[in-house]
Design a protein around this ligand. Structure first.
Ligand code: KIV
Ligand code: ZN
Length: 504
């Protein structure tokens, strides 16, 4: 059995199904470029049949990526498969990923089909895929709650019809590691033609076991791991890419498996995702959280000073947690800025470089040295956001203690190209700002989440604010970065309002 593990990233498909993680085309392209740099083998770019927006995103990514295989998801139905192929066909190496449920629960209540009919659908559907390409993956949805022997028959049928990758998903995050490893070993051993396919796993995190189940499956013979950056995904999410990769890397002695991931791109990738979807990485997140390499207790600090390996099993540099030596400041030239962004994974055209260069100069006037995190925030802010209906021009905020005039905000903004101004009060300065903006736009969404983080250390750090707004059943995240956290708050609120307005 070969020892190379293939990484299949589904951040743009399953990850995007995470509430509030919707991304626009520009944002998806930017992440896709970063994932290519990270060394992902297969990128699942979306589910083309679900909407024209998804179709366009998959098609554009398929046309623009160089080395990664590009997969599109489709149900095991001819019309879905045709639409998927139409979206991915111009990729250098396109993959059709088709899915059909195999558990008694799903077959009875969702598909309303008998098991023999499901096998027939697999045969017909996979053959239809194979007429387009020999790079076909079949997923047996809810595999971990399927009958083992029926699962083997489903896999055998799919392989006979032309599938080269068989995915065994733990769709509802129900499996336990030992049990899941045994299931993978059983399916590989009892599917007659299993030697003609690579077995893959796709583990959800409902019981917090997505990564553990994925690793158990790899130890048992699976050779493709379906993962997402920071583990985002449907409900509690998917197995986190960075955790699976680093477990295989740090414990190569245990797993004996290799991969093609450039581990020093893990942190920049997760950071880019966090900025894109406006959801900060939790401090205690393994591998990429702010505290993952912080040593607080005296005993630990003492041990670290004497010998790093006493309390550190990998270096921060190995996962990309380092400030690069090329420092950008107010004296940096256009070429240095271009070079820096290229190294950070951003492909910017000349017009975009001009916008970013101006923004760098403005920020460098306030802040002596710009760190990588400042620059990532800046490029997201300046380039990769949806075209705005509402644009903030100026804000002025007055804080106040309890007596006298309450906290006051005044705002000037463009609304559909027309300048408008407004002023008002609130219980605090942020409340005052949000009240004024909501009033000016004639909307009163519910503020579900408000978070401020300092992007880098020091009192001159860029403040990053994320907000989540709800209007009926629709939610939208917004993000803003600025050295003044009140300005950052106003930007984040307006950004979320733009997303709400576009239902995007
Ligand atoms: O969770 C799941 O079963 C899926 C399939 C489409 C692989 O996302
Ligand atoms: Zn899934």
């Amino acid at each position: 059995m070969q020892n190379r593990v293939y990484f299949f990233d589904t951040t743009l498909r399953d990850g995007e199904q995470s509430p509030g993680a919707t991304m626009n085309l520009q944002e998806k392209l930017c992440l896709a470029n970063q994932l290519e740099k990270l060394g992902i083998d297969v990128l699942e770019a979306g589910f083309p049949a679900t909407s024209p927006g998804d179709f366009e995103a998959v098609k554009t990514i398929a046309e623009q990526m160089d080395s990664m295989q590009i997969a599109g998801l489709c149900r095991c139905l001819e019309a879905d498969i045709d639409r998927c192929w139409e979206a991915i066909r111009h990729a250098k190496n396109p993959r059709i990923h088709t899915v059909l449920a195999t558990s008694p629960l799903h077959m009875k209540h969702k598909l309303r089909k008998r098991s023999e009919d499901v096998l027939k659908m697999i045969e017909v559907g996979v053959k239809h895929c194979s007429a387009y390409t020999d790079n076909v993956e079949f997923s047996a949805e809810d595999a971990s709650r399927s009958d083992r022997d029926f699962l083997c028959r489903a896999a055998e049928t799919a392989i006979r019809a032309g599938a080269r990758i068989i995915n065994i998903p733990d769709t509802v995050g129900y499996a336990q590691p030992e049990e899941f490893g045994a299931l993978i070993a059983y399916v590989i051993a009892n599917t007659a033609n299993s030697d003609k396919a690579i077995f893959s796993v796709h583990c959800h995190n409902d019981l917090g076991l997505g990564v553990a189940n994925t690793l158990a499956a790899l130890a048992a013979g699976a050779r493709q791991a379906e993962v997402t950056l920071s583990g985002i995904g449907e409900r509690a999410g998917n197995a986190a890419l960075e955790e699976v990769v680093m477990a295989l890397t740090v414990r190569k002695d245990y797993f004996g498996l290799t991969h093609a991931i450039a581990t020093e791109q893990l942190y920049p990738s997760c950071r880019m995702l966090a900025l894109t979807i406006g959801r900060p990485i939790p401090d205690n997140k393994a591998i990429v959280g702010a505290n993952a390499f912080a040593h607080e207790s005296g005993i630990h600090q003492d041990g670290m000073l004497k010998h790093r390996e006493t309390y550190e099993i990998m270096t921060p540099q190995s996962v990309g947690r380092k400030q690069s030596s090329l420092v950008i400041g107010k004296h940096s030239g256009r070429n240095a800025v271009r070079n820096k962004f290229e190294n950070m994974g951003y492909k910017l055209d000349d017009a975009q470089i001009n916008v970013v260069f101006e923004a760098v100069k403005q920020l460098a006037d306030r802040k002596k040295v710009l760190h990588d995190d400042d620059l990532t925030a800046l490029v997201q802010e300046a380039i990769h956001r949806i075209p705005d209906r509402y644009r903030l021009r100026h804000v002025s905020v007055q804080s106040s203690d309890c007596g006298g005039v309450p906290p006051t905000a005044a705002v000037i903004m463009d609304v559909d190209g027309e300048e408008k101004s407004g002023a008002g009060f609130g219980v605090g300065p942020v409340d005052a700002l949000f009240n004024v903006i909501a009033d000016m736009l004639g909307q009163t969404p519910e503020l579900e989440q408000y978070a401020v983080t300092a992007i880098t250390g020091g009192t001159d750090a860029l403040g990053e604010v994320t907000v989540r707004l709800r209007e009926n059943e629709f939610t939208a995240m917004g993000r803003g970065a600025h050295p003044d956290i009140l300005v950052a708050s106003a930007k984040a609120y307006v950004n979320a309002m733009n997303r709400l307005a576009k239902k995007y």
